[in-house]
Design a protein around this ligand. Structure first.
Ligand code: NAD
Length: 721
């Protein structure tokens, strides 16, 4: 056997899962076949009293299903009957294991997720090591999938319907202490006592019988037809609908599998689950999410698009100029990865204040048990506040994060450039100023690049990398090495106004304003955006960004155009923002005015401002016909998809995978669609073009599909093969 190692120790068969061809163990056909053989051998051996299943990988038991194999099942050529047959074989195999008569213990020496945890659920006891990284759970929902190896049946039977539904619908990964509390594992022990604890349980008479195979068994909290069971399902159905607007089919299939499966004996319950898994895999949502949120994200995390022929660049020390919101965040994530940071601001006190904010964030993490004192101290010791550019000496990368003002940035970048060695690179975190122009402040524009981090830096994984006209491939490779070291993912784009992610997202906000100007009720504008799957609706997000800030940007842009008029829609948006800011002093949610499209109570609660219609008199039309929420949803999605396609046509971004994962991860484009290119592919290119033409005719030229899409439609091409 090459994956499952077999040994017998003091009458206990130790099955060690160790797939040498992979960094971690995953559930696939080969591993399952070997596991089955090993179990048969252990059961047949009369000298074996019990079985322990563990892993030979440091820190991980089994990380989940083999997603490449799952992607194969989700392919369009997928044969449902074949999948059902294969799944039933696996379900029967796990059923054989739990009814084999000998006690089987899952000795979880680290992460046990998805299929890995489902195998553990089919064991008679689960023992987990007491390390925080050792998470367990069924996270399939995060990829639009559902457990498919009996998880929807065993987990509710083990810990109760209520608890298990929450965990499965959210796809939560649970740390050891909490896992023990919830009953996901029976014991938590130090790593060096894991096998001892497993053998001890067998030696002390641990039974090889699952609770649900006992005639008197009822699930914790009651069965599915008990008052609590029914109440839970009704509540969960309603909540799921309210939170997801039915955009995620896996939520429904998980609920249905639990409801129907819990009425059946375990032998048959798994088959109910298998049928729902098939329905899910045959739909476009799971297929799309899997591709974007797993495969494309993995590429963005691994640096698949890093130029290959540039030697690896070791980043040991960086400079961050501007110790404000973004600068602090960048300094924090870099120090967390062991990089020394010079945090520089106009005055030392400002730089120190920036470091102080990092310290506060660490204290909070400490309080919540998310870090240790030693680690927090180490991170802080790596950040050196400064005001002199001399301190940048020896930095490998410098990230400029000062005010969004081209003159201020030019001065700062020039001063930094003078201190940097030839091998170092200089990056700007500008939200939208042209990188090619900012690079002029540098004596080596080839070593200048845009690194657009998103706020909050510690939580937002994606970075948009912007290539100026002169940025070299070597600089790009060095930027990648920095990004990978701080454990971020990235997409690479060409310098152009608004870059990529903000440009796509901007169309969403504009659409909300366009609807307002058309006289659509504000509540409908907001609710339809949520129904489309946007995390925050356009008027609320405008308040968050700050109407005052939007106003300032609009004024600056108008100055740059020499007062020339912008297009009609931009003028309308500007007029609305002007009226609220200048006319009514409503600058946004996080400003002293604490007012915008919404009004904000001191306790943080908000409601749409009832005076909005009156305040915008003359700027918003009187509607005579009703608007349908479906049409609004479509407008929100189409406007962003058309813009993404335009960016591809213009060469701002070249890879559809980057285009998809970039906006899903950075600006909350609805994950269930798989991203704008996947959305267009799934809609059908021709159908999309026809519908965009209709929208353009009805609502304005912003919906007009770019030629690229027309050509693709007539050639029968798609973004993805
Ligand atoms: P901020 O106002 O919080 O911080 C800017 C910092 O730069 C301040 O500490 C200021 O003292 C310092 N600074 C100004 N001029 C300086 C100079 N000449 N020398 C040294 N330091 C100077 O701003 P922020 O939100 O952190 O934004 C910084 C940059 O990041 C901007 O270009 C912004 O567009 C961009 N950005 C912001 C966000 C966001 O959500 N806030 C997101 C992405 C990118």
């Amino acid at each position: 056997m090459s994956i499952i190692e077999y040994a017998v120790d003091e009458g206990v068969a130790i099955l060690t899962w160790n797939d040498k061809g992979r960094a971690t163990n995953v559930v696939n056909a080969a591993a399952l076949a070997e596991l089955d053989d090993a179990l048969k051998k252990a059961v047949a051996d009369s000298a074996v009293r019990g079985i322990v299943l563990t892993s030979g990988k440091q820190g991980t038991f089994v990380t989940g299903g083999d997603l490449e194999q799952i992607q194969g099942f989700a392919a369009e050529t997928f044969e449902p009957a074949d999948f059902f047959r294969k799944t039933v074989l696996v379900l029967d195999q796990l059923r054989r294991m739990e009814t084999c008569g000998k006690p089987v213990v899952a000795a979880l020496n680290g992460i046990a997720l998805g299929g890995g945890y489902e195998i553990a659920l089919a064991c008679h006891r689960r023992i987990l090591i007491d390390q925080r990284y050792a998470k367990v759970g069924l996270p399939e929902a995060g990829l639009g999938l559902m457990p498919g190896m009996g998880g929807t049946q065993r987990l509710p039977r083990l810990i109760g319907i209520q608890q298990s539904l929450g965990l499965m619908l959210e796809g939560r990964q649970v740390e050891p202490e909490q896992a023990k509390k919830l009953g996901l594992v029976d014991e938590v022990v130090p790593p060096d006592q894991l096998l001892f604890a497993a053998k001890k349980w067998i030696a002390s008479g641990g039974k090889g019988v699952q609770p649900w195979d006992d005639k008197r068994y009822t699930p914790p909290g009651g069965g599915i037809d008990s008052p609590l069971g029914l109440q839970t399902l009704m509540g969960a159905s309603a909540m799921t609908h309210a939170n997801t607007f039915d955009n995620f089919p896996h939520a429904r299939t998980i609920l249905s599998a639990v409801y129907e499966g819990m009425k059946l004996p375990m032998d048959r319950a798994g088959r109910v689950e298998a049928r729902y898994v098939i329905t899910l895999l045959q739909g476009t949502v799971a297929r799309s999410m899997l591709r974007t949120l797993f495969f494309s994200l993995q590429e963005a995390r691994k640096g698949a698009r890093r130029p290959k022929d540039v030697p690896r660049f070791e980043v040991k020390k960086i400079g961050v100029i501007g110790a404000g919101l973004m600068g602090q965040g960048i300094a924090h994530v870099a120090a967390k990865s062991g990089i020394g940071v010079v945090l520089l601001d106009r005055e030392l006190s400002l730089a120190e204040r920036g470091k102080g904010t990092v310290q506060k964030a660490l204290e909070k993490q400490l309080e919540r048990g998310k870090t240790t004192r030693e680690r927090a101290d180490k991170i802080l010791s790596l950040i050196e506040p400064a005001e002199s550019y001399d301190r940048l000496d020896g930095c490998d990368v410098v990230v400029e994060a000062v005010f969004e003002d081209r003159h201020v940035k030019a001065g700062v970048n020039k001063a930094a450039d003078a201190k940097l060695s030839d091998r170092a690179i200089l990056a700007s975190n500008t939200s939208g100023l042209p990188i090619t122009e900012l690079a002029r402040a540098s004596s080596r524009p080839a070593s200048f690049i845009g690194l657009h981090f998103f706020s909050p830096v510690d939580r937002m994984e994606m970075v948009e990398v912007i290539m100026g006209k002169e940025t070299s491939q070597e600089t790009l490779a060095k930027a990648w090495d920095f990004i990978l070291k701080i454990k971020k993912a990235a997409i690479v784009i060409r310098d152009s106004p608004g870059f990529y992610t903000s440009r796509v997202f901007g169309t969403f906000i504009t659409e909300g304003m366009a609807l307002l100007a058309e006289g659509a009720p504000p509540a409908l504008i907001e609710n339809a955006a949520k129904m489309a799957g946007m995390p925050m609706p356009p008027l609320a997000i405008s308040d968050q960004v700050g109407l005052g800030t939007m106003h300032k940007i609009a004024v600056a842009k108008s100055k740059e155009r020499g007062g020339a008029a912008s297009d009609a829609l931009s003028s309308t948006v500007q007029a609305i923002v002007d009226r609220l800011v200048v006319g009514h002093g409503r600058e946004g949610a996080n400003t002293p005015s604490r007012a915008g499209f919404y009004e904000y109570a001191p306790d943080g609660k908000k409601r749409l401002w009832p005076g909005l219609k009156e305040a915008l008199a003359g700027l918003i039309a009187e509607r005579t016909t009703a608007l349908r929420a479906d049409e609004l949803k479509k407008r929100y999605l189409f406007t962003q998809c058309v813009e993404a396609a335009r960016c591809i046509e213009e060469g701002v971004i070249t890879s559809p995978a980057d285009a998809d994962v970039g906006v899903v991860m950075a600006v909350g484009f609805p994950a269930y669609t798989g991203g704008p290119c996947t959305f267009i592919d799934n809609y059908g290119i021709k159908a999309f073009v026809d519908e965009a033409d209709r929208l353009a005719k009805q609502w304005g030229p912003r919906f007009a599909p770019p030629n690229l899409l027309r050509e693709m439609a007539s050639a029968g091409r798609k973004f993805y093969k």
